[in-house]
Ligand binder design. Structure first.
Ligand SMILES: NC(=O)c1ccc[n+]([C@@H]2O[C@H](COP(=O)([O-])OP(=O)(O)OC[C@H]3O[C@@H](n4cnc5c(N)ncnc54)[C@H](O)[C@@H]3O)[C@@H](O)[C@H]2O)c1
Ligand SMILES: C[N+](C)(C)CCCC=O
Length: 519
């Protein structure tokens, strides 16, 4: 374990300290994590009151990477106090000063992209190919908000008699970020980017399944020059998350996770009148019209379903296909799905790694079993996959699955599976498909493939979803706001819109004449 602050160590020893060879040469099945994974006041620390130990797995092998103590009340309070102290300094800096520090953080992430991606792959199980993209999106996010930091401004409003008013966009204070396990590093950047740009401090709690990479982000912020304590990490599960949400000095909660947990977060936030951002689950529709470019539509359907082993909130898992092209489209989708290379996620040519853990893999398998019982036809995949490499035999792999003969009332069509399972549903008319696409409690995303430009815009305008794609799916430029309708949550991440959710507006009314009193 490293008692010293991360920033005092040169790069290579720091990477090695995470485990033998967690550098570019890391191989699946070789890493163990020894350093503390809490981060407070600019350094890795052991929690003062770390209770229950959570085992953290390497999904590719089923090995235990480390055991992480869950933070209790005292540690949570120390992290919040550390953030509070740093907030006093950071919130007084100009936007341009914050911009420079954040740009430096983005630069370091970019420079260390491969090492961070390796760490993410080892802990999450997604392919290294995808993890690198996640890290690219992460530094781009910090770069984007660094750029906005210097331009945050209020407005001046002229009033009668020379009086005037103006508005100031002010930070909220200590923001809490709570993350899911599918995009651990990226989620932390999507939250800390706008939060820090607006002048806030943050305490972040990653999922107990993926506690590792976000601590590296904390170190990078410190190296880049943020005040010590501006970005802290506490580890733990629901109990630690509750302590954070209920802490009286926390001004805002930004949550990414499931709908049931989102409801609990909102209840806790309501008791403290704290603003919340909720990035929740989905069961999004992808509509393929018969005039679509078939090649692009097929590629789009795979992008909409199989990134990160299907563990993606905005996945277009209900693929509505115009009946005229149902057979051609389905045949092609099945053919390409069967070709997806599954296996060791650190190998360059792997395109699907391992699911997050054994219980989740079993849950996904349960959905497939139920789909069959309800009359769906497994057109390909859905079974467990055991790689030839003996070190991977206890990993959490399955073959990506395409379901045919699906009906709207089947569980596999109604519920978020959060695994590599695509449901294909035929449709006949635009009106019908829109009705069916919107018949869900969720509203995170949606997509349409067509060559008819008017139809494309008409359809996305009618979709009740926060993030819509025309002729593509699951691309995520950081400039575009991302977030849900209905049970998929509210608030936005990315884009200028996120600034609204990490700042508050103060209005100042200035009298230039005498007071005209009514008394
Ligand atoms: N909309 C988005 O941007 C987005 C992105 C990624 C994942 N998700 C959703 O996340 C879900 C999968 O993630 P998950 O399984 O980690 O979700 P989850 O709700 O189980 O956990 C999310 C986080 O909340 C914490 N938590 C759990 N109970 C809590 C409580 N009572 N109080 C405070 N914190 C608590 C967990 O420890 C974890 O850090 C899926 O539904 C997926 O769609 C949404
Ligand atoms: C980067 N993606 C693919 C748009 C995923 C965003 C986060 C959702 O789980």
């Amino acid at each position: 374990q490293l008692p010293r602050e991360g920033r005092d160590l040169p790069l290579l020893p720091r990477l090695r300290a995470l485990g033998p060879g967690l550098a570019m040469s890391s191989a699946t099945g070789t890493v163990t994590v020894q350093q503390p994974l809490n981060y407070r006041a600019g350094a890795r620390v052991q929690p003062t009151d770390g209770g229950q130990l959570e085992e953290v797995f390497e999904p590719a092998t089923g090995r235990v990477l480390c055991k992480v103590p869950c933070s209790g009340e005292k540690e949570v309070d120390l992290a919040v106090q550390s953030a509070k102290a740093a907030f006093k300094i950071w919130s007084q800096m100009s936007g341009m000063e914050r911009c420079r520090v954040m740009l430096e953080a983005a630069r370091i992430i970019r420079e260390q992209r491969d090492e961070i991606a390796t760490m993410e792959t080892i802990n999450n199980g997604k392919s290294i190919f995808e993890a690198r993209v996640d890290i690219d999106i992460s530094w781009q996010c910090l770069e984007y908000y660094a750029g906005l930091a210097g331009s945050l401004a209020g407005e001046h409003i002229q009033l009668p008699g020379g009086s005037f008013g103006y508005t100031r966009r002010e930070p909220l204070g200590v923001c809490v970020g709570i993350g899911a396990w599918n995009y651990p590093f990226q989620i932390a950047c999507w939250k800390s980017g706008p939060a820090l740009a607006c002048g806030n401090a943050m305490v972040f709690k990653p999922s107990p399944f993926t506690p590792i990479s976000v601590v590296r982000l904390a170190e990078i912020f410190t190296e880049a020059g943020v005040p010590k304590g501006l970005f802290n990490v506490v580890q733990g599960g629901a109990a630690t998350g509750q302590l954070l949400c209920q802490h009286p000095d926390v001004a805002k909660i930004s949550f990414t996770g499931s709908v049931p947990t989102g409801m609990k977060i909102m209840e806790m936030a309501a008791k403290g009148i704290k603003p919340v951002t909720l990035e929740l689950g989905g069961k999004s529709p992808l509509i393929i019209f018969s005039d679509a470019d078939l090649e692009n539509a097929v590629k789009g359907a795979l992008m909409a379903n199989f990134l990160t082993q299907g563990e993606v909130c905005c996945n277009g898992t209900r693929v509505f296909v115009e009946r005229k092209i149902l057979d051609t489209f389905t045949k092609e989708v099945v053919k390409r799905t069967q070709k997806i290379k599954i296996g060791d996620p650190l190998l360059e040519d792997t395109r699907m790694g391992a699911l997050i853990n054994r219980p989740h893999l079993n849950r996904v398998q349960g959905f497939i079993k139920q789909a069959k019982e309800q009359g769906a036809e497994v057109l390909c995949g859905g079974d467990l996959y055991v790689p030839d490499d003996p070190k991977l035999k206890n990993g959490y792999y399955m073959r990506p699955c395409v379901l045919g003969n699906c009906k709207d009332d089947m569980t596999c069509v109604k519920e978020e599976i959060f695994g590599p399972v695509m449901a294909i549903l035929p449709f006949d008319t635009e009106e019908e498909v829109l009705e069916r696409a919107n018949a869900t409690k969720f509203g995170l995303a949606g997509g349409v493939f067509t060559r008819d430009i008017q139809k494309a815009h008409r359809v996305v305008a009618a979709l009740k979803a926060g993030m819509c794609f025309i002729n593509n799916y699951n691309v995520s430029p950081v400039e575009l706001p991302f977030g849900g309708y209905k049970f998929s949550g509210f608030g936005r991440e990315n884009g200028r819109a996120a600034i609204e959710y990490y700042s508050q507006l103060k209005t100042v009314c200035v009298e230039m004449g005498d007071v005209e009193s009514v008394f």
